[in-house]
Design a protein around this ligand. Sequence first.
Ligand code: PEP
Ligand code: MN
Length: 340
Amino acid sequence: MVIILKENPDPNQLENLLSWIKEQHVTPHITHGLHQTILGLVGDTAKIDIELLGQMEIVEAVRRVQEPFKNANRKFHPLDTIINVNGSKIGGNSMTVIAGPCSVESEEQIITVARSVKESGAKLLRGGAFKPRTSPYAFQGLRDEGIRLLLEAKKDTGLPIVTEIMDLSQLELFADVDVIQVGARNMQNFELLKQLGHSDKPILLKRGLANTYQELLMSAEYIMAFGNDNVILCERGVRTFETYTRNTQDISAIPALKTLSHLPVIIDPSHAAGVARFVPPLSLAAVAAGADGLIIEVHNNPACAKCDGMQSLTMPEFRILMKKIKVMTDARELCSSITE
Ligand code: PEP
Ligand code: MN
């Protein structure tokens, strides 16, 4: 349920309303917009008397929210959520690029890539330490050592780090990680999501290979329901009948998720494409469609990468792509200023 208040609500009346709401055993979430204050009610609102609420002096309108996701719903929180990661702001129509190798392979590799992507303009460094691989015989990641090397790269470059957690037992190792990634395969690992809800770290939540927008938002809701509002949604390609590309980048996910939710939406063109050559056009398409950011795989020697070399850009290719992303971001701003 959403309660829209009249402009400049009287503080005493607001306080009375909030205590009345709490007496109904639901939790109010308050959002102060430029012109409007909105109360989102989470919990069992079935018994709340809508008529009674509507007649209160400070109430402009009351609406029931049909969707099962509340905290992630834009109706609850009309303004874009902007997530601050060590000074880099993700969301609110900015453009943040996260880059780095699929997996951390050695100190030299991660430091080399980190320095290069930073110079090209990336704001965060990615790199997998725990890798979800289809084959148990494939490289599984450097695990604890991988996290340690990422922290070295962070110390060297100052770039905040993003890395994937696969199991709750790994959580302790993530104490100094800046953004915890939940991979596509774990999008519905509800116990993991609940525990991440108790953390205050930003969570980069990837859409599952065959999950709907609503399922993705319900997974975000798990994290938010337990107290962590810092969720970044990531579309990384979905499985379709097409096999020429690894997955199919779902561009509609950008406007759709941004309509349904206030959370930032970023795109992973690398896992969508599966082929390095397709990463630049898919990146630019995502920027044009309004993505808040991109997460791109970059390797110092893709041909020898232990994981996802085929879809990894070289460092010079990434540098060129960053220049194009800048042009496309400027064009997008220009486009949004055209209203008639
Ligand atoms: C990754 O980011 O390297 C990864 C494994 O991603 P996804 O979960 O989207 O497959
Ligand atoms: Mn990868």
